[in-house]
Design a protein around this ligand. Sequence first.
Ligand code: ADP
Length: 649
Amino acid sequence: MTKVTKHFQTEVQQLLDLVIHSLYSNKEIFLRELISNASDAIDKARYESHTNQELLEGNSEWKIKIVPDKDAGTLTIFDNGIGMSMEEVEANIGTIAQSGTRAFLDNLKELNVAGHPEMIGQFGVGFYASFMAADKVTMVTRRAGSKSAATRWESIGDGTYTIEECEKEARGTEVVLHLKEDMREFLDEWRIRSIVKKYSDYVQYPVVMDITREELPQGIDGKPIDGAEKIKKVEEETLNSMKAIWARPKSEITEEEYIEFYKHISHDYNKPFRTIHYAAEGTSEFKALLYIPEQKPFDLFSQDHRKGVNLYVKRVFITDKCENLLPDYLRFVKGVVDSSDLPLNVSREILQEDVQIKRIHKNLVGKILGTLVEMKEKTPDDYLKFYKEFGTVLKEGLHFDFANKEKLQDLVLFESSKTEPGKYVSLKEYVGRMPETQREIYFISGTGRNAVENSPHLEICRKKGFEVLFMIDPIDEWAVQSLQEYDGKKLKSVLKGELEVDTEEEKKEKETRTEEAKKQYLGILEFIKEKLADKVKEVRLSTRLTDSACCLVADEYGLDANMERILKAMNQDVPESKRILELNPDHPIMGVLNKMYEKEKGSKKLADFCELLFDQALLTEGSPIRDPLRFTMLISELMVLEGESLIGK
Ligand code: ADP
């Protein structure tokens, strides 16, 4: 095949432009990224060679080699890992497959990323980081065990690359960076040595470099000959310690090392928020080094979000895709688990069902939740920071992890009618400050604080001093369904059914009043019901309103307005559900309507007012009204009437 020139996918070019023009003040991280790729490639070759010896091609001395060439101005990184076929080069370098990443890049265009490197830092730019230091990058690679030709890829980062077949003796990949004029510092031996030490010390394979030493020749006695001409001796030196950080005792690991390792595995630009490092003993023996990030990644809620815990067996990398290691709702946790119980050649399929993995899973979840519980108790401000980033994901756990319900229900927080915006209350605190007369835990669901805060549905609770939790995160609807109750108290939506807010005495007193009101308003209630028959399933007097005239409520088991909105947003077929119109017997409007009814049942005005009542109820809960034009027409008419009576026409 001859050399062909191809175009990068648009998003790749965007990414490259970002890398070249606005990213990172510390250019040196390109070396970390390339060493990281090399190490991943060796991980893969090593893993695959357990089942396919031929991949080794007779050489299992894994190695990453860095070769600076001052004359040519190039820095080359060699690895003898898995390598790539031409198709793989095309798929991996030059395209971005993950839709989440693409969507993220689209968003970035609108933001000023230059000032916010942390935004892009959170998804590793990987290979493309080469272009921070080089104005031309050549990659030559051959897939391990493959007899076919190798591939040569080259680009100057201008939107195109060339690709062609070539010869390559050794398996694996070499990346040649033609360094920019002002980047030649990266050819310096000491510079390379210190960068490797700083970022890649724990890489499990030797990262080597040829070091040239000048020595005096030795005499027959083995001693250096003084005054003789020095000879040059080239020795391959390993620059990293290769110690798996998670296998070392905690006391020997510095904060810096923990941070660098986190950045290595997470591609996060920020420091980790919490580090959890421990060894489990007993029925399951493993070491875990886990991190809770400071910020949520851009793709936390996207389908192709990568889970963050890598599985090792006796320090050999097995997979970064062990789905069962952690539940989905803890997908934000990054880190490494190294088991001593699993066999080295464990297949990824077996991992699905393995009991050891199940044990590890249970242990990890317990440890992470325990850490969060402790954070919440000891450093509540930290917990709040964490919760603002990951609270929504954590709430998924209420629905999916029944076994840990107890812990989770004490970890979730909500805003409420008694918290300031952006402040939260836990269920425990809520129950702790419930007035004696309150029996249930009240909540209201809606699209946001603004939408629920002034809802008429809260009126009676406000009056009684009952706190109402604001369920304003879409996931809350599911969280509540899974929770059902806390501390023996039912969670009760103020949007549904009847509210049991009164004491026995109050109830009795109210009942007599309601009976009277019912008798008084019997006719008008029937009338309204008839007029709104196609819109509501019932019209009744309310016990939850104190100031407003009316509101809509759902049946105890019906869909409230919020759930209906959510389901519609998820493109689900939502059956047209009629709700109940509640009217406030103490509101003057009731008296007026009643008199109008008694005076002239057939009045057109009265029918119009019924419609207006219904529309008001829709508007206060944030739902759209069915015929806005007619609504405004009726309001305008009223304004004219009212105005005219004011000016005495
Ligand atoms: P990432 O490493 O985050 O996946 P990169 O852009 O660095 O992103 O690399 C993209 C892909 O290219 C890698 O996932 C890997 O499949 C492949 N790749 C990169 N470098 C190497 C290498 N040295 N050997 C084999 N494959 C590589």
